[in-house]
Write a protein that binds this ligand. Structure first.
Ligand code: CP
Length: 334
């Protein structure tokens, strides 16, 4: 009996224009470090990769043989799953590390844990940690590329990149727009990364919330501060509503949730008083009835689920750009 040869299909190709002319960085630790040109390169690469997710076969061989580890020391729905899916779409091997089920409970350190994971062949580590600077520390101790997936209240660069991509897709530009970040700015890594990214691309950023949650010192980053949403609402092209992070601060930072909602909640009434094309973003998880109503979350101004879709493209772009820079396991891909 003769065996039929196994059919080998030609893998789908990475879009021609996916790779910018030069990309030198090995890690993505925050948007504070990035130039305007680097941010634009990631956005352009994400635009190219967005197309892959519309194909019937949503996979390209760009990172075939590469290993991407998710190291999450805090809970996550969107960031962890979209990094995992993004790596799979690029044909990388992916592995999740769950801190609560690990040998950290037996006294193993953060660095020793990461070194053990690197010894299994990790080329890229996607790290979320409650301590600001944890991914930066890791970058000094392992050879793999490190991606910051949120470090305490410091930065969440891929969230800001997907927010910016979502705004640019809806508005056609970032330069000259006025973007309101409303809510718990104090504890928000999303706010900090958005401030860096948006101001570098020429947007005006207004931080708005109760004085206990909006530190005046953030004016130094080139932002305007407002304590009354209704005063600034008519000027906003985009409003990004940030969750109150009750888990990070047990103090009574405002009298009650009802009072917060009355002053800062995005309602249909406030949508009506905003610009006709006001774009509403929220990084998630959202708390319906606290920072926005269900009607607003699900309404025509909301781009909340577009953010999630764009997050996948952004994370594919970041993995693609950084993956060739790891010196952990021999020659680079590019
Ligand atoms: N926006 C965001 O970071 O969501 P997760 O905490 O679910 O990852």
């Amino acid at each position: 009996m003769t065996l039929e040869p196994i059919a080998v299909t030609t893998p789908s190709r990475v879009p021609e224009n996916a790779k910018p002319a030069s990309w030198e960085r090995k890690h993505l630790l925050g948007l504070e470090d990035l130039s305007r040109e680097e941010i634009e390169s990631i956005l352009a690469t994400a635009e190219s990769f967005g197309e892959i997710s519309t194909r019937s076969r949503k996979k390209v061989p760009a990172l075939l043989g590469r290993v991407v580890f998710n190291l999450f020391f805090e809970n996550s729905t969107r960031t962890r799953t979209s990094f995992s899916l993004a790596a799979k779409r690029l044909s990388a091997d992916t592995q999740d590390f769950t801190a609560s089920a690990s040998s950290l409970s037996k006294g193993e350190s953060f660095i020793d844990t990461a070194k053990n994971i690197e010894a299994m062949g990790a080329d890229v580590m996607v790290v979320r940690h409650p301590t600001p600077g944890a991914p930066h520390l890791l970058a000094q101790h392992v050879g793999a590329s490190i991606i910051n997936a949120g470090d305490g209240a410091h930065e969440h660069p891929t969230q800001a990149l997907l927010d910016i991509l979502t705004i640019r897709r809806a508005k056609g530009r970032i330069e000259g727009l006025t973007v309101g970040l409303v809510g718990d700015i104090s504890h928000s890594r999303v706010a900090r990364s958005n401030i860096w990214g948006l101001t570098k691309l020429g947007a005006r950023v207004i931080l708005c919330g109760p004085p206990t949650l909006v530190p005046r010192r953030l004016e130094q980053l080139g932002c305007e501060i407002a304590y009354r949403l209704d005063d600034v609402l008519p000027r906003l092209d985009v409003v990004n509503v940030l969750r109150i992070q009750f888990e990070r601060d047990q103090r009574a930072v405002f009298p009650s949730i009802a009072e917060y909602f009355r002053l800062f909640g995005m309602t249909q009434e406030r949508i009506r008083r905003g610009k006709p094309d006001l774009l509403l973003l929220a990084p998630g998880p959202i708390n319906r009835g606290v920072e926005l109503t269900p009607e607003v979350a699900d309404g025509p101004h909301s781009a909340i689920l577009d953010q999630v879709t764009n997050g996948l493209a952004v994370r594919m772009a970041v993995l693609y750009l950084l993956s060739g820079k790891s010196d952990a396991h021999g020659p680079t891909l590019d």
